[in-house]
Design a protein around this ligand. Structure first.
Ligand SMILES: [Ca+2]
Ligand SMILES: [Ca+2]
Length: 347
């Protein structure tokens, strides 16, 4: 009975903090707290607990729906899963959570049992987001928060053993060095950052045995890509899979890695807001024949680029570069570069 009274008081505390709770549930919970004076009616107590939990579940459900529909976190496409928080930044909620409801973070993509962390995690990592009210908890689907590592942690162009290089010394604007880097581990590399892209797709080539690795990830280009895919589908091209040639490139790799021909010194790939992609529904590592003429050529990459053009027209905040690369035998079968640099560029 003592435990029950304690629980009832706890529930009442939640109820008091939560103005939207139905009056009937409050009355039942109050009745439960008076059991020492009136009776030991445990059935009534159980009913009140069930009512409060049901109401908490319902409030959580609607809060989760609000977060799931938030363009701030999922983009205009609704298909972006990654929200990157710079050091010290909090989740940009677009709705006020009811009083008594809190946000919890739990490490994402790890196999072992996990602790929940209230408040924004201080250390870099990938997190699933949970909402809790009283003792009821609900996970927010398709939302992954990445807390980034301050760039100042890099020493002499390396973070740990991972060679990054250094960004040009611009003070501000879109060419200023990124505030933070997202840590990629063997455990979290397969997490989806949008419906068609995984964190792994962002990795710079090379340094295969070095973990963790680091990337810069600007979710706006993911939104632009997912909207481009929506455009293609509206035009009758079903898209199941896109291949990613390159997304983030460390400054070191941009200057020294692979074939550097045709690479800009200030490539947007170093700033995490560029992605080179091709449609690859048959997953053969080659651009697909989108127009069905039996050949894979510039007409097919052109269809992809035109879809990105239409996205830019409708979403001026995603303006940036669109570049078509024709096939280079032995290297690739053609792809389209898409970025969200903030000013229009075409090639
Ligand atoms: Ca293909
Ligand atoms: Ca074709």
């Amino acid at each position: 009975m003592k435990n029950q009274k304690h629980l009832a008081r706890l529930i009442l505390a939640v109820v008091a903090a939560w103005v939207s709770l139905p009056a009937s549930a409050c009355a039942q919970a109050s009745a439960a707290d008076r059991t020492d004076a009136s009776s030991s009616d445990t059935a009534s107590f159980r009913t009140s607990v069930a009512s409060v939990r049901l109401a908490a579940a319902s409030a959580l459900e609607s809060a989760v729906l609000s977060l799931s529909g938030s363009a701030r976190m999922h983009g205009a496409s609704g298909s972006v899963h990654a929200t990157v928080l710079n050091p010290g930044e909090e989740l940009p909620l677009t709705v006020d959570l009811p009083r008594g409801m809190e946000i919890l973070y739990v490490a994402s993509g790890v196999a072992l049992p996990r602790d929940t962390i209230p408040g924004t995690p201080g250390q870099p990592g990938a997190w699933d987001v949970l909402l809790r009210m009283g003792d009821v908890t609900k996970r927010v689907p398709d939302l992954r928060v990445f807390t980034s590592l301050p760039l100042a942690s890099g020493q002499k162009g390396r973070i740990g053993k991972y060679l990054v290089g250094s960004w040009p010394d611009e003070k501000s604007g879109s060419y200023a060095p990124p505030a933070g880097l997202v840590e990629v581990t063997e455990d979290n590399a397969d997490l989806r950052v949008s419906e068609h892209v995984r964190l792994r797709d962002y990795l710079t080539k090379g340094q295969n045995d070095v973990w963790p690795k680091y990337v810069v990830l600007d979710a706006r280009v993911l939104d632009k890509l997912e909207l481009t895919i929506d455009e293609l589908e509206s035009a009758g091209h079903e898209i199941e899979h896109v291949g990613v040639i390159s997304a983030f490139r460390t400054p070191w790799y941009n200057a020294n890695g692979g074939s550097t021909a045709g690479r800009g010194q200030l490539s947007r790939h170093m700033y995490g807001d560029a992605i080179d992609v091709y449609v690859d529904n048959d997953r053969n590592g080659q651009m697909d024949d989108l127009n069905g003429d039996g050949r894979v050529d510039r007409k097919d990459t052109g269809i992809l680029a035109s879809a990105a053009e239409r996205v830019e027209r409708d979403q001026p905040h995603l303006v940036g570069g669109i570049g078509i690369y024709t096939a280079r035998p032995g290297a690739h079968s053609g792809f389209v570069h898409i970025d969200a640099r903030g000013t229009q560029a075409r090639w």
